[in-house]
Design a protein around this ligand. Structure first.
Ligand SMILES: C[S@@+](CC[C@H](N)C(=O)[O-])C[C@H]1O[C@@H](n2cnc3c(N)ncnc32)[C@H](O)[C@@H]1O
Length: 320
């Protein structure tokens, strides 16, 4: 239950982030015993590079605590959707935090929003969506891979998110999102190989002025999606790519212009100009661009469903 709101003390059954290092984090469950594949009940022990961790010891400790092990120490953190994205069990390709941030912002999500998502995949994005729209909003997430829907449902329950999400097994390209959602959604998110096949169903489910986003790795998918968005009455169609650049702050020697000689006594500016004193070496703190950087993940296409009132004038004109 540790995802759903801040808590300070680890309780039995909580998911805990075991922080070993910046690049090494593991989700572990604070339970005393676990069942092995052979069905035997054994003590829940997690092996880390710094020694074995007896998970039962975590119960009652504060989130953020340093845990000493035989050869070093680790930290135990409360999970967030960002940390979950970095350590979740991958069942599919997933969406990462830089793209997720843009999706949440551009879809204008807030507590109370009703959101439709397909496919669910590994539920990386789903966790961030639920965190944003709870406690009064709801996520309807669809995948045509039944096992993935079952696993995602189980995870949501374990994380205390069960009340805010409905997981359904469905081929959304063939049958849409179901009649129950007609004109209910504030936003729709698509991470599908053929997103354009769902656009006509999306129109049915979105509220007027609702936002849609489609994530596609290939530009050909984007082109087809944009064609369908235009055909089905969407406006403000915009495709962007989120590229994150990590700058390194360093001290460097640089040459700069030196005007000090102008201040020298007796100087009357240009007449006393000495070219050899023009430049000086200084040490500056600067930001250096990386030689390599994380590459392309996917294109994000956003659009808005035109509200009927905004086209009413055009309609009246055409009638008269
Ligand atoms: C790349 S994964 C989604 C990953 C997800 N956004 C995340 O962040 O974890 C794409 C998912 O779409 C599902 N899918 C593909 N075509 C579908 C369809 N027509 N209807 C429903 N789900 C579909 C796949 O089964 C797969 O799980």
């Amino acid at each position: 239950m540790s995802f759903n709101g801040f808590k300070s003390i680890i309780q039995e059954g909580d998911i805990v982030v075991l922080y070993v290092s910046f690049n090494q984090m593991h989700p572990i469950k604070a339970v005393k015993q676990i069942t092995t594949k052979k069905g035997n009940l054994v003590d829940n022990i997690f092996q880390t590079p710094y020694g074995a961790l007896h998970c039962a010891e975590l119960i009652g400790k504060e989130f953020g605590s340093k845990i000493n092990l035989s050869k070093g120490y680790v930290f135990v953190l409360q999970p967030t959707s960002e940390l979950w994205t970095l350590m979740l069990p991958h069942r599919t390709q997933i969406i990462y935090t830089p793209d997720i941030s843009m999706i949440v912002l551009q879809l204008e999500l807030k507590p109370g929003s009703i959101v439709i998502e397909s496919g669910t995949g590994s539920a990386s994005l789903s966790h961030a969506l639920i965190r944003t729209i709870k406690p009064t909003g709801h996520l309807y997430t669809f995948d045509f891979h039944e096992e993935r829907t079952k696993t995602a449902q189980q995870e949501f329950e374990e994380h205390g998110y069960g009340d805010y999400v409905t997981v359904a097994h469905r081929d959304v390209c063939a049958t849409g999102f179901g009649n129950g959602l007609d004109q209910k959604a504030d936003a729709i998110f698509l991470d599908l190989p053929h997103p354009w096949k769902t656009i006509e169903y999306a129109v049915q489910c979105l509220k007027e002025g609702g936002r849609i986003c489609s994530f596609s790795p290939c530009i050909e998918q984007v082109q087809k999606t944009c064609t369908h968005l235009t055909k089905f009455g969407f406006t403000e169609i915009e495709t962007i790519e989120v590229l994150q650049t990590q700058l390194s702050v360093q001290s460097r020697n640089m040459t700069s212009l030196n005007f000090d000689f102008l201040k020298e006594e007796g100087s009357n500016n240009s007449m006393d100009y000495d070219k050899s004193k023009e430049k000086q070496n200084v040490r500056v703190v600067t930001a250096v661009s990386p030689t390599t950087q994380a590459g392309h993940t996917g294109f994000l296409t956003f659009a808005t469903l035109i509200p009927s009132w905004s086209t009413q004038g055009d309609l009246d004109d055409s009638i008269n």
